[in-house]
Write a protein that binds this ligand. Structure first.
Ligand code: SAH
Length: 245
């Protein structure tokens, strides 16, 4: 189960930014947009900047207060371009993604502030965590839609990694079609290989160096199955037969 993530924009001044946020969200496969007291919405500039993500704008939920927008959320995260007076748990977007990954099917709100002043201290104090994108300390404030893009990208990456980890079991997992070779099979292969390498004068039994250890390491690294070991032994047998003929 994955978390339900909503993006909350507080008191946005420029409708174009709301459209930019919708676009950034849809690019990263997010759809839940909540707006607290937007100055101008709906607005043609929002639609224009959304360029195709207007469905997100149409379904956007408008609230009068931030408290209302987050009332049913289990985890609330506020974003901030700079440090505040009272220290609060601050994470970067990647750390936020790992918190969200372990949150199960909870409802999570990521709250973004005004273009000119960000979020007030009171608004930030409604949040469990604060997220800061580690930007240039001398020029730390990103455009609103750009900040949403960075954070939703990290959330998406964490989701993709999680899916991949679930899909790609290791090759020695239960979905492998043939039984893996047992240690005794492998030992027979290595003995056979050593014998053949001596037969073809590749391995000098008086001066074997690390050859067999290196070959063992090479084969063991691939965790071969029984059929693969049989093929390798078949090749060795064929080589020995050629030598005798
Ligand atoms: N001048 C404001 C910046 C507002 S930028 C201030 O100092 O707070 C508008 C919004 O974009 C911010 O409220 C925040 O939600 C987001 N944002 C911009 N830069 C950010 C950063 N470096 N880290 C996290 N959020 C950021």
């Amino acid at each position: 189960m994955s978390a339900e993530i909503r993006i909350v924009l507080v008191n946005t001044s420029h409708p174009g930014n709301i459209g930019g946020v919708a676009r950034a969200m849809k690019n990263m496969k997010f759809s839940e947009l909540h707006l607290v007291e937007p100055k101008k919405f709906p607005h043609i500039e929002a639609d224009n900047r959304a360029s195709g993500a207007t469905d997100i704008l149409e379904h956007a939920v408008v609230h009068e207060t931030l408290e209302q927008a987050i009332a049913d959320c289990h985890l609330v995260v506020g974003t901030s371009a700079r440090g505040r007076h009272i220290p609060w748990p601050v994470v970067d977007p990647r750390e936020l993604s790992s918190i969200v990954s372990s949150a199960g099917d909870k409802k999570i709100a990521v709250v973004f502030g005004r273009e000119d002043r960000g979020l007030t201290n009171e608004e930030l104090h409604l949040c469990h965590h604060h997220v800061h994108i580690p930007s240039n300390p001398d020029f730390s404030s990103l455009n609103l839609a750009a900040a949403v893009q960075v954070i939703t990208y990290e959330l998406r990456m964490a989701g993709l990694y999680r899916e991949q980890a679930e899909e790609h079991k290791p090759q020695w997992g239960t979905d492998w079609d043939i039984d893996l070779a047992e240690s005794a099979d492998l030992e027979r292969l290595f003995a056979h290989l050593e014998e053949t390498l001596i037969d073809i004068d590749f391995l000098d039994p008086e001066n074997p160096r690390q050859l067999m250890a290196r070959l063992r390491r090479l084969y063991l690294r691939s965790v071969p199955d029984k059929v693969e070991v049989n093929i390798l032994r078949g090749i060795l047998t064929a080589m020995q037969k050629q030598l005798k003929d």
